[in-house]
Design a binder for this molecule. Structure first.
Ligand SMILES: Nc1ncnc2c1ncn2[C@@H]1O[C@H](COP(=O)(O)OP(=O)(O)OP(=O)(O)O)[C@@H](O)[C@H]1O
Ligand SMILES: [Mg+2]
Length: 168
């Protein structure tokens, strides 16, 4: 699809951004967070240490969701309050789909806040029809990562377009 002049195709293609430090990954998260609004879902995938949590910290900053609320009900899910509520789910320790039932992720996805999910591949069945999928990958350089944004649905295609404009 690269190089296509069809605006429809161009609008929905993925975006790859390379960062060369944790700070840059966090800043990219902040840029994304500033574009997010209540109800948006960001699904993160990538190996251990790829940078998902650092990226998520940036998202929370950008969204203005900084006040951490300890949530005894949702142990795998942290809740941050600000102008908008953000839920941060980390599914690393989930190793069977049945464990997802007890997690409260479905409720959180319906709560209308921003939802960011680490290890989102473990919850594919619970994801709504539209979301932003982002893959974080190691590179040959220790402190560099490649982050690929793959929008599902028009809302997220537009988000990715805005992110691309902002990161030029
Ligand atoms: N460009 C980069 N972007 C993000 N992190 C980087 C980068 N370069 C080096 N790092 C380092 O990689 C690590 C990323 O840690 P982080 O906890 O964000 O990863 P993670 O994907 O959430 O891992 P886990 O799967 O264990 O939750 C940090 O130690 C960070 O300093
Ligand atoms: Mg993490």
């Amino acid at each position: 699809m690269t190089g296509s002049r069809d605006p429809g195709v161009a609008a929905s293609r993925s975006l790859m951004i390379r960062t060369s430090s944790p700070q840059q990954t966090e800043a990219l998260g902040t840029a994304l967070g500033a574009l997010l609004r209540a109800g948006d879902v960001v699904a993160l995938s990538g190996e251990l240490g790829a940078g998902k949590t650092i990226f998520t910290r940036g998202i929370a900053e950008g969204a203005g969701a900084t006040g951490h609320i300890a949530s005894p009900t949702f142990t795998f899910i942290r809740e941050y309050h600000g102008p908008v509520t953000m839920f941060h789910a980390d599914l690393y320790r989930i190793d069977a789909p049945a464990q997802l039932d007890d997690l409260g992720l479905e409720e959180v996805l319906e709560a209308g806040g921003i939802v960011v999910i680490e290890w989102a591949e473990k919850a594919r069945a619970l994801l709504p029809p539209e979301y932003l999928w982002a893959e974080l990958r190691f590179t040959k350089q220790d402190d560099a990562r490649e982050i690929e944004f793959m929008p599902r649905g028009p809302r997220y295609a537009e988000l990715v377009r805005q992110l691309a404009l902002g990161s030029r």
